[in-house]
Structures are given as structure tokens and as C-alpha cells.
Design a protein around this ligand. Structure first.
Ligand code: ADP
Ligand code: TYD
Length: 209
């Protein structure tokens, strides 16, 4: 990569347990070997706004779905713009940024409760600041994702969780249809070994570097 080029911006997407963190770690190992300057980060963040989201997700705080969607949006804008470690500036300075979730997560998850148009509108400011060069969607059968993450939770809870993940996966696929031509999305089959998935991701990323 030439010294004065902007970094590339890669967003990983997928249902919970699809393997995003694992694949981001493997991609980081590879980029390190290739001597690419990169930075990995995730949403929700660990900022004060992100902490509110974590409190809601763990049931310690209750909020209306519209408030939750607005918090994800605010957390995202702060992630882009905050003066200490905002990623917009890092990308402008030439660092490649790899993000675990971005606004397509809001489209897929929050559209369980809210209209997609509302969410697209709410995320317009973030999109104007930074649109991913590529969104890598790790597609996995919800049942397999559940097997990977279930641990020893109760049967009923698992059943509810699997139908939620099925809904979110469908939402992602509907969103990709709706946004054809607007968002760069690469779908990777996540129902395979870590190494097979990682190889596809590496060859995708190499096209953008
Ligand atoms: P996410 O970040 O998308 O929630 P993780 O990377 O944390 O997903 O993966 C969820 C679980 O599945 C972890 O225990 C991880 O070790 C395991 N895992 C990830 N990828 C694979 C794979 N390709 N095959 C089998 N297990 C996997
Ligand atoms: P996390 O524990 O990071 O899960 P994962 O490892 O699967 O990414 O929690 C993130 C959760 O927040 C996940 O269930 C998806 C959800 N989420 C939204 O609902 N909307 C959003 O905009 C984002 C970024 C995440």
C-alpha cells in the first residue's frame, strides 16, 4: 500500500456465533505477516454509550427499541468521530480498519422491532462519514451457530435464541437484496472449518489492499 493512500475499511457481519471474532483474529495474523498497518475494533464499543448498550443487553437496564437503535447509532458516530481514537481519522491517515459489526448489524438486528427505512435513515450520518470498502458477511446456519455458542443454557432459552438468529439472518439477506449496488457485500460460507473460511476471507481482502 502506498504511504499516502487512505486505509481500507472492512466491516465483518454475521449472526452471533458466526465466527467473526475468530476470523478477525486470523485475518489480523495474516495482515501482520504482510506488514499492513491495521487496527481492529468492534461495535458496540466500550465507550460510555457502548456501556449503556451492554447494560440493556444484559437486562440491567430497560429501554424502548427506538432508544436502543438510537444508542447503537450514537455509539457508532462516537466510534467514528471521537477525538482520542476515532476511526475516521485513522483511515484517513492510512490505517486499514477492521470492524466487528457496523451499520448493517443495526439494519439486521433492530429491524426485528423497527422499520428498515427508519434504521437506514438513522444511520445516514455514519454512512456519509465512512462507508465500508467491503462488508464481509459470514453466513452460517443458525442451528450450527447455536451449537457453537450454546454452552449449557436452558432448552427454552436456546429455542428462542435460535428463532431470533433465524430472523436476523433472514433480515441480513433481505437487506442485501434491498441494498444491491449501494453496499459492497461479500458473502462467505461460514459452515466450514476455520481455515477454509479464513482462506476465502484473505483472498477477498487482498483484492482491496
Ligand atoms: P462471533 O464473534 O461471530 O460471535 P466467534 O468467533 O466467537 O463468533 O465463534 C463462536 C464460537 O465458535 C467460538 O467458540 C469459536 O471458537 C467457534 N468457531 C468459530 N469458527 C469456527 C469454525 N469454523 N468451526 C468450528 N468452530 C468455530
Ligand atoms: P457481542 O457480545 O459483541 O456479540 P457478537 O460476538 O456476536 O458480535 O454483542 C453484540 C450484540 O449486539 C449482537 O447480538 C448484535 C447486537 N447489535 C445490534 O443489535 N445492533 C447493532 O447495531 C450492533 C453493532 C450490534
Amino acid at each position: 500500500m502506498s504511504a499516502n493512500r487512505k486505509g481500507i475499511f472492512i466491516a465483518f457481519e454475521g449472526i452471533d456465533g458466526s465466527g467473526k471474532s475468530t476470523q478477525i483474529r486470523l485475518l489480523a495474523d495474516y495482515l501482520r505477516k504482510m506488514e499492513v498497518a491495521f487496527y481492529t475494533t468492534m461495535e458496540p464499543t466500550d465507550s460510555p454509550i457502548g456501556s449503556m448498550i451492554h447494560q440493556i443487553m444484559t437486562g440491567r437496564m430497560h429501554a424502548d427499541p427506538k432508544v436502543i437503535a438510537a444508542l447503537f447509532t450514537a455509539d457508532r458516530l462516537d466510534h467514528l468521530l471521537n477525538e482520542v481514537n476515532g476511526i475516521a481519522r485513522r483511515i484517513d491517515e492510512g490505517t486499514t480498519v477492521i470492524m466487528d459489526r457496523y451499520y448493517l448489524s443495526s439494519y439486521a438486528y433492530q429491524s426485528v422491532d423497527l422499520p428498515l427505512e427508519w434504521l437506514i435513515h438513522a444511520n445516514e450520518p455514519a454512512k456519509e462519514i465512512m462507508r465500508p470498502d467491503v462488508n464481509i458477511f459470514i453466513d452460517i446456519e443458525p442451528e450450527l451457530a447455536m451449537e457453537r455458542i450454546s454452552g449449557n443454557r436452558f432448552q427454552k432459552e436456546l429455542f428462542e435464541e435460535q428463532s431470533r438468529l433465524e430472523r436476523v439472518r433472514r433480515n441480513y439477506l433481505d437487506v442485501f437484496d434491498r441494498l444491491q449496488g449501494e453496499e459492497q457485500v461479500v458473502v462467505i460460507d461460514g459452515n466450514r472449518s476455520q481455515e477454509a473460511v479464513a482462506e476465502d476471507i484473505r483472498s477477498t481482502v487482498m483484492k482491496y489492499l
